[in-house]
Design a protein around this ligand. Structure first.
Ligand code: FES
Length: 166
């Protein structure tokens, strides 16, 4: 696993304006940390290191306290994700109907596994639990779009269509 220092070194500095507005909307109390992080992630799509410095100063908490909380909650991201989050359902129905073969295809074409982002920063792969539409297994969500009854070839062509939009 990457250390927070290694992650910080390779990430760009983000404009703090939106974070400053978010912080100003909360009292300076530690108990607001999680809602603050939620809002910051909604705004920046992840938790940029330079913005986390502002959070530490604002709430007067240590780096260990902050990253202890962040690492406890899987929804928080400390690395900038790809433009599209690709959620591949790994629930039982989708698994049985071929989700692992689709994951192999994604690995072959984009060189990414679970939690990783491709070199063009277009796709971040997440393996999801049941997406609630097992009748259309295997399922995936790409960005805001839901796709059912996919297979490796369909998935490759779908992802290609997102690439073509760029
Ligand atoms: S297991 Fe994939 S949608 Fe239910």
């Amino acid at each position: 696993m990457e250390t927070t220092e290694a992650v910080e070194e390779e990430q760009e500095i983000k404009d703090p304006k939106a974070a400053e507005e978010i912080l100003a909307s909360f009292p300076q109390k530690k108990r607001h940390l999680i809602p603050i992080l939620d809002k910051i992630q909604q705004s920046y799509r992840y938790l940029p290191p330079n913005i986390m410095e502002l959070v530490m100063q604002y709430l007067r908490i240590s780096r260990a306290q902050l990253y202890g909380v962040i690492s406890f909650y899987p929804q928080f991201r400390i690395v900038e994700p790809g433009k599209y989050i690709l959620k591949l359902c790994y629930g039982t129905a989708c698994f049985v109907k071929g989700a692992p073969i689709i994951a192999d295809k994604i690995k072959e074409v984009y060189h990414i596994g679970a939690g990783e982002t491709d070199a063009k920063k277009l796709f971040t792969l997440q393996l999801a639990s049941c997406l609630g539409n097992c009748g259309a297994a295997p399922m995936a969500i790409i960005g805001d779009d839901t796709h059912g009854s996919i297979d490796p070839e369909v998935t490759q062509s779908l992802l290609g269509s997102y690439e073509d939009k760029e």
